[in-house]
Design a protein around this ligand. Structure first.
Ligand code: AMP
Length: 283
């Protein structure tokens, strides 16, 4: 299937397109991304096509979710390649707005998520989740899809989105999709392209260490002890810093202090100036 998606730049055009589909009785799925698309993103698009008649992908590098000194400027922007990839997975429209379309002159609104937004990446990237929530609220209320799909790669983000869509009565079904990985287990990420060949070799240690925490906690080990061991292993492998390795409840994201109940292990670590995250379910 090679139907190039329509490229839409404004909220007005997006609304017009969606309402035409709605008039024809068609359902709509939305898949938000920041572009630099890889197979993880494309798996979300394929899932979307099984959930609705029409699929809209958005590509927007959202300045509001990058902190000072983070990688907003250098974040890869590959629109032409991205649109060609979207054509292979049955996406009907790509919403690719300019920054001034989403944040016009005079823009003054913020969204803040308490508790879920304070831990894990929230503790290390101040303002990140508020900025993410702001753009996702805008995308959802602009497209008004039946379903929106987000990857478990950004598991905390997924739970925060579930929270604020419920809190704000945004009428959309939020669906999570499994993490796509390289053959050696490294989670696919747009940021992997920052890695030198040597760093790429080291990078797999994050997923390996987290999987060992999963296995240890599954077989009855103390979550805090297993997490501490993983932090050491990640540094030993050649990472420059570990932001966190923690075992938390999959819904409340509260710390889990004993084995034997559903949990998830989360990790974030830095290789040079590249920050990688990953997580595994502990069933
Ligand atoms: P991003 O472009 O990084 O903002 O990601 C857009 C969406 O793709 C988010 O919902 C991510 O969680 C999801 N995603 C990114 N990497 C992966 C992956 N390796 N597997 C599954 N979903 C992913």
């Amino acid at each position: 299937m090679l139907n190039r998606p329509d490229i839409i730049r404004t909220v007005t055009e997006l609304r017009a397109m969606v309402s035409t589909w709605r008039r024809d009785g068609q359902s709509i799925a939305l898949v938000p991304t920041m572009g630099a698309l890889h197979d993880g993103h494309l798996s979300l698009m394929r899932l979307a096509a099984t959930q609705a008649d029409r699929v809209v992908a958005s590509i927007f590098v959202n300045p509001a979710q990058f902190g000072p000194g983070e990688d907003f400027e250098r974040y890869p922007r590959t629109e032409a390649e991205d649109v060609a990839k979207l054509a292979t997975v049955g996406v009907d429209a790509a919403f690719v707005p300019h920054v001034r379309e989403m944040y016009p002159e005079g823009f003054a609104t913020r969204v803040h998520i308490e508790r879920l937004g304070d831990v894990l990446c929230g503790a290390h990237r101040p303002g990140h989740f508020d900025g993410m929530a702001l753009i996702v609220v805008k995308l959802l209320t602009s497209a008004l899809p039946d379903v929106a799909i987000f990857g478990e790669k950004d598991y905390q983000q997924l739970q925060i989105i579930r929270r604020f869509t419920a809190d704000l009565n945004i009428p959309v079904r939020i669906m999570g999709a499994p993490i796509e990985r390289e053959a050696d287990g490294l989670a696919l990420s747009s940021r992997n392209r920052y890695l030198s060949p040597e760093q790429r070799q080291t990078a797999v240690a994050l997923s390996v260490a987290l999987r060992m925490v999963r296995d240890a906690v599954r077989s009855g080990d103390d979550p805090a002890a297993a997490s501490a061991k993983a932090r050491e292993d990640i540094l030993q492998a050649g990472f420059d810093a570990v932001d966190y390795v923690e075992v938390r409840d999959p819904w409340s994201l509260e710390l889990v202090t004993e084995p034997g109940r559903p949990a998830r292990v989360f990790g974030a670590a830095r290789l040079g100036s590249t920050r990688l995250i990953d997580n595994w379910a502990i069933e």
